[in-house]
Design a protein around this ligand. Sequence first.
Ligand SMILES: Cc1cc2nc3c(=O)[nH]c(=O)nc-3n(C[C@H](O)[C@H](O)[C@H](O)COP(=O)(O)O)c2cc1C
Length: 225
Amino acid sequence: MSKTKTFHDVVRERYSARTYRADPVPGDVIHAVLDDAQRSPSNANIQPWDVHIVSGAARDRVSEALLAAEAEGRMTPDYPFGYDELYGAYSDRQVRQADQYYKSIGVAREATDDRRMALLRNLEFFGAPHACFLFLPPFYDSVRIASDVGMYGQTFLLSLTAHGLQGCPQTLLGFFAGTIREVLGVDPKLKMLFGISFGYPDLESQGASYRIDRAPIEENVTLHS
Ligand SMILES: Cc1cc2nc3c(=O)[nH]c(=O)nc-3n(C[C@H](O)[C@H](O)[C@H](O)COP(=O)(O)O)c2cc1C
């Protein structure tokens, strides 16, 4: 963590950035972030994260393959995901998040083509110069292993912020797990949980100031005594 940022600052400054500058992050800074993320806890310290980072030509290759797969309707997720199972407060929060985000980039609720274009920005890593893909070995039902990889993802994201960077975790990238495995030559046994686009946030672009709040603690936490 930089000497000027406290943990309190880092946690509150982190956000899922969807606008980036094109300039790449120096290799030693990426290494420092990876060094932090490697400290993440895991069940029995098995450290099941298998991490692939793309930059430069490799980044462009993956993005092109993702856009082509999407255009051809070739979705190859390793894990199911959709909003149809959400209910109550979970569903409300999801709708609110989507509404607020689309509003911040000037896209109306009924503008389905514009919403689709905005969604496709996921596959261009929102213009970020780097993307990271988190894979895991297929033990048990993957729940505990996925929680380890989630821990890794959070340490990675907080470290980015501590280094003046931002990232956006993206389940959407996981919808194309097969394509990413193929382009990067990843072992087919490894399953992809999500990706993280990252780089220096572009604070000038439309939507750059979008931030979303959180429910009050009482909505999620029950204190027993
Ligand atoms: C595992 C995970 C997957 C996510 N997938 C996506 C995604 O595919 N696309 C996207 O734009 N945001 C994605 N997000 C970002 C969430 O929308 C974001 O974390 C949430 O709205 C809270 O906002 P904040 O991260 O800016 O605080 C994802 C977040 C997490 C933790």
